[in-house]
Design a protein. Structure first.
Length: 234
């Protein structure tokens, strides 16, 4: 929680607006880790407590988000972050309740789960997902992990669908471990989510005057953070 808050604070200096960070602590009843229960949408014999993602998503929808919106000043734009098993849950949430979140940061997701269940789920819901105005950043480790984590299968579906309207991106890192992906994804993901945002106002020089037909004009923009500028000539 503190690490995420620190990353958010550093990005807030220039790259992103203010955000409310909401952490859902893991619990260990009788010493049992509940990530496998809450983040997986199907039950497998290798993890007896698995298959509780539907209930966990219902809790977020009917209890957590209404509570946050009532207690704090929010604008209704929510980001969901998940790594490893949490990456399973993030894509499950996008497919099942796409209206809940506007952006998704998915770090080295364990999409190998239950014989690549997630790739089948994405394929089933792809026609509904593509037109949505969502931002989705998926990160992976380059090489073999990109394949055996099941990320390549989902990535190929998104590429083939030519995700017009949605902002999909998969980033592969060559120098990270599975656990280190947690932090890189938060930093790169928030920058990707708010791409084009700048703290300072955009000022163009000159701001007025005449443009002569067939005569060129030079103008200057006073910020280094704008990568793309769009204009019309009418």
């Amino acid at each position: 929680m503190q690490v995420v808050s620190n990353i958010r604070h550093s990005l807030n200096i220039q790259f992103i607006p203010e955000n409310i960070i909401v952490s859902i602590p893991n619990v260990y009843p009788n010493g049992a880790n509940q990530r496998g229960r809450d983040f997986t949408p199907t039950h497998t014999d290798g993890m007896p407590e698995s298959g509780g993602a539907e209930k966990f998503l219902s809790f977020i929808k009917t209890e957590l988000l209404p509570y946050i919106n009532k207690k704090y000043k929010t604008n209704g734009e929510n980001t969901l972050y998940g790594s490893s098993l949490g990456g399973i849950f993030a894509m499950y949430a996008l497919c099942k309740e796409p209206q809940l979140f506007q952006s998704y940061l998915i770090a080295d997701p364990a999409w190998w789960w239950d014989s690549n269940f997630i790739s089948g789920l994405v394929k089933e819901h792809l026609d509904k997902l593509i037109p949505l105005n969502k931002t989705v950043l998926i990160t992976a480790r380059e090489g073999a992990p990109y394949q055996y984590m099941g990320i390549a299968k989902v990535d190929s579906l998104l590429v083939a669908a030519k995700a017009n309207g949605a902002h999909w991106k998969t980033m592969q890192y060559s120098d990270e471990t599975h656990n280190a992906m947690i932090f890189r994804t938060i930093y790169d993901g928030l920058k990707y989510t708010y791409a084009g945002y700048a703290k300072e106002d955009l000022v163009i020089h000159p701001m007025n005057g005449l443009v002569m037909q067939n005569k060129s004009i030079t103008f200057h923009i006073n910020t280094e953070l704008r990568k793309n500028v769009y204009f019309t000539t009418d």
